[in-house]
Design a protein around this ligand. Structure first.
Ligand code: CMP
Length: 131
């Protein structure tokens, strides 16, 4: 059994896609075991995105994530980390396959609806930041 951290980003909330996102995980047999709607502060986002702090898109990313409410959740199930990333689709919406969340709903790299942990270590670290 694995746990992974998912964030529905401000564009996902504004576009009314919370139910769509959650139902895709649930239909795959995954469970939402914790869930909170919050407005993220800068310090928490800086911790969350520490691996990207030198990247050219970092400032834009952090300020976009403060531009509206987000929903943070813990998703649990067998192979939850990989399954959730498959359901989300590739980061770049140009490469995200139709049938994935990003493939169906995203059209920019920053505003791509969801975030999910990419490894067991990242999931543990990110869950401890938000919960
Ligand atoms: P996320 O899974 O939240 O992790 C880092 C985020 O940075 C990513 O989703 C994108 O929303 C955002 N981002 C913006 N530009 C880029 C880029 N060029 N490469 C990767 N991620 C990017």
């Amino acid at each position: 059994m694995e746990r992974t951290l998912v964030i529905v980003k401000p564009d996902g909330i504004k576009r009314g896609l919370i139910g769509e996102v959650i139902s895709r995980y649930e239909r795959k047999g995954l469970k939402i075991v914790e869930c909170r709607m919050i407005e993220a502060d800068k310090a928490t986002l800086e911790k969350h995105y520490i691996e990207h702090r030198e990247k050219p898109f970092y400032e834009e990313l952090v300020s976009y994530m403060m531009g509206g409410s987000i929903m943070v959740m813990i998703v649990e199930g067998n192979n939850a980390i990989k399954l959730v990333r498959n359901i989300n689709g590739k980061t770049n919406p140009v490469d995200a396959e139709p049938g994935t969340i990003r493939g169906d709903f995203a059209n920019t790299m920053t505003e791509n609806i969801v975030h999910a942990s990419d490894s067991v270590e990242a999931a543990e670290r990110e869950i401890s930041i938000w919960f």
